[in-house]
Ligand binder design. Sequence first.
Ligand code: AMP
Length: 212
Amino acid sequence: MICIFLGAPGSGKGTQAKKVCAAFGMKYIGTGEILRDNVASGTELGKRVKVTLVAGHLVDDKTMIQIIEEKIKKEDSFLMDGFPRTVPQAEALDGLFEKYGKKVNTVIFLDVDAREVTKRILGRFSCPSCGKDYNVYTDDIKDRLCPSDGAQLIQRSDDTEETVRERIEEYSRKTAPLKEFYENRRSLINVRGTGSPSEIFERITEALDNKN
Ligand code: AMP
């Protein structure tokens, strides 16, 4: 199965995408995570994209298409979280799928409004020690310490108020049109992204089960 996850930053895409991959045995391909790993380990790519990520802007299409081609060419069953993010990326993806004889089964759009995503992003923290993700609005967090191991929780460097505004604007300008792009191909499924994480997960798995 090949799946694309669409949704605003903070819509819960990453969390849900990883759970779906575990449940359906798909490989998780998250372009944001790939870029952050490159920044953290100081690769040439990481050095080049660091400023763009911190400013909340999108990395150029050519770079992203090269990254995704390397990732998908050997995979049969995968889920893309964070790609495509522009219409030119979606068009290039069509070309790559044709080149490697693949086809998208489902595009899931996680529907959450801008006010809610801003709140969620600003409440998001992770543990540098065990890697777990938390949200101060939904998890029982005291003094910003990890409930599992007591380590001081940290925030992503692009989860600041100013960067979030920029990321949401970039999303509205460049990524939101993809909803129509995939609606026109009848591959888009709209999933309400509010409620508890387990309720949202149930809606997604139901949509995927019905489609396949
Ligand atoms: P995410 O973790 O998906 O929110 O992505 C974090 C950041 O990585 C974004 O704000 C962009 O700067 C960059 N990024 C991730 N995926 C893409 C993409 N497909 N195109 C352009 N920039 C991307």
